[in-house]
Design a protein around this ligand. Sequence first.
Ligand SMILES: [Zn+2]
Length: 122
Amino acid sequence: MQLRSTDFKTVKYHWFECPQCRHRSWTVAMRSQYSTVKPHFLLVCRCERCGQLFALSNWRYFLPRVVVSVILFLVLYKVVISGLSLPLILFVGLAAAAVTVVLDRLMGRWLNRYVAFNDINP
Ligand SMILES: [Zn+2]
């Protein structure tokens, strides 16, 4: 049972490759959907060329990002407790934020895989 679904919004810098027509883009129309049955949370994308709906596989989307986030958190924690000056800590924090954004985009390019929406949400 679907609980809630948002409207489609254009998301930039999110890699999408249509499994049906092979259209590739860094911009995609996306919505989120919550349900009482598995999968509980879906990111649903609409191909701008063929108009079909596809869902992003949950574990492929979230697991690598969680792992990278934990690693970056541990690195930042180590920097903060190391006794560096505040400006240097801020610089390292900003650099880590920039690295996070770049890694997220690169991981999306190589890890985002989509399946037909009707296959996982009959
Ligand atoms: Zn398509």
